[in-house]
Design a protein around this ligand. Sequence first.
Ligand SMILES: NC(=O)c1ccc[n+]([C@@H]2O[C@H](COP(=O)([O-])OP(=O)(O)OC[C@H]3O[C@@H](n4cnc5c(N)ncnc54)[C@H](OP(=O)(O)O)[C@@H]3O)[C@@H](O)[C@H]2O)c1
Length: 334
Amino acid sequence: MHTRTLGTNGPVSSAIGLGCMGMSALYGETDRGESIATIHAALDAGITLLDTGDFYAMGHNELLIREALESSRQGRDNALLSVKFGALRDPDGGWSGHDGRPEAVKNFLAYSLQRLGTDHIDVYRIARADPAVPIEETVGAIAEAVQAGHVRHIGLSEVGADTIRRAASVAPISDLQIEYSLFSRDIEQRILPTCRELGIAVTAYGVLSRGLLSGHWTRDRQTAAGDFRSGSPRFSGENLDRNLGLVDALRQIADAKGATVAQIAIAWVLSRGEDIVPLVGARRRDRLTEALGALDVTLDAEDLAAIEKAVPAGAAAGERYPTAQMSYLDSEQQ
Ligand SMILES: NC(=O)c1ccc[n+]([C@@H]2O[C@H](COP(=O)([O-])OP(=O)(O)OC[C@H]3O[C@@H](n4cnc5c(N)ncnc54)[C@H](OP(=O)(O)O)[C@@H]3O)[C@@H](O)[C@H]2O)c1
């Protein structure tokens, strides 16, 4: 497995990480046995970075990862656990903002350590900056947890350039987790250059645009209630038609290279720089195998030009989140 370093002083990670969210929530039906088998297969293949959030089905995802690690050949010490916190939930699964107060950070952390069955988290980050709490205070609380040995590295998620600078003035930041794909390229304007200036890596999520850019999505695919994609602008109406048209154009390039659309989409993110680690949301072993195949796809200048022509920056139709959720994104406000 190729490796990449998360930030100037951060940990070494596998070049591809596994995002575990969809194994518990947001993408329809889940399968516990297959999810655990997928985590085992990822670890066996050399993936070390596992990403989760304490709010993914209210702790379910952390407990799932714990079970998978406890029954894996590699064990917890060979994994790099990236955990997001701060999102507030209700018993019906609703979302009610974010809490980045220092006392809340410590509370979230205490519960995550317990659920994950570990004495430390490798990278800890608030999922969305809390607009009521200066980022310096939230990051300062994580820095205290680093001093205490409960956390190894500090990450950020979905924040803009100004917030990144403020956070980095408090403590070293290993990586910014943010959506980045052929369909979501806004970070290229200010956010990615800022990360590079400050020696912060990017762990990119949504590299397959939540399945839309995978080559497996079809116009007639039904989504269950509660599936994020049933409310996503990119998956609805004319936007969906336009976006699947872009996927068709990408498929021609993929076919010519003997690769799949998903592999080209992941390889494109990998090609953006050694400081970028794509998190793939594989929930099944066959999807994981396909995603890992991206590591063997080399995109030369001609391929990259053809991809750019097929899917130019800004070509995808529709915002990446529904309007209400867009307002939580500090990265979209600056
Ligand atoms: N920081 C944040 O704000 C934030 C937000 C969202 C996610 N994340 C993290 O990033 C991770 C990845 O995000 P994501 O799940 O939205 O990303 P994604 O990889 O763009 O999408 C995953 C979806 O793509 C489908 N897919 C089709 N072919 C695939 C293949 N070969 N490999 C992997 N998936 C394939 C999956 O399929 P099936 O449905 O058919 O299984 C799944 O539904 C999450 O698990 C989470 O840990 C972070």
